[in-house]
Design a protein around this ligand. Sequence first.
Ligand SMILES: C[S@@+](CC[C@H](N)C(=O)[O-])C[C@H]1O[C@@H](n2cnc3c(N)ncnc32)[C@H](O)[C@@H]1O
Length: 226
Amino acid sequence: MGEGTEKWIEHYSSKQKILLVGEGNFSFSLSLARAFGSAANVTATSLDSRGKLERDYGTEALTNIEELKGLGCTVMHGVNVRIMSRHVNLCSKRFDRIIFNFPHAGFDIIGKEYDSSTIKKHQGLVRGFLENARRMIDVDGEVHITHKTTDPFSRWDIEDLAEEESLCLVKKVPFYKWDYPGYVNKRGSGSKCNSTFLLILAINDYNNSLRTFILYILYPISEFNI
Ligand SMILES: C[S@@+](CC[C@H](N)C(=O)[O-])C[C@H]1O[C@@H](n2cnc3c(N)ncnc32)[C@H](O)[C@@H]1O
């Protein structure tokens, strides 16, 4: 990918074909693009339409999107991770990295995070994402999910969901927001859609455990590595 010097930001390189899904205000995509100096290798997507992004995040998302496009990024809206492998503009493409930061099924439709029905809804979203991402990664590609690891989020059982979709955990690494300058993580739905949520090591409000954030790096299980 590209002839220039390879540039890295954490796990991501300007030589990788990168697909980002479930973006909020597109600041994570933009952080990668700025680090690379070009985003010709990046496809950044949201479930929300451009109009909804403007309503939810004000001009911030649109400004980020314009800068991304200026750097050569492919930006797409209305991309549902549950069916994205059949999307007309994605179905023929393969990616080296597919990234979903902080998947969440939404605050509008669900009860408390501890409810088993809520957890099932989140798991349905992650399962749908993994099933589709598995079909869209290139040889030696990886699927990345960032997530909270404390209860009740640990009950999503991301590793088990991945195995069900023939993806195995390569490693879990701590996720630090400050590694991605400009990234402002968003709640992404509900009345506080545009609010951020704490992404620093902190004491969990619920049970005094340490709150941590983890990046799951998943790799396809094939007949060669089982
Ligand atoms: C907690 S927010 C995280 C937003 C963003 N990734 C970030 O880190 O700031 C969860 C995101 O998941 C997205 N999402 C929920 N269901 C989705 C689906 N079926 N397909 C694509 N994105 C989805 C929402 O639109 C929202 O942007």
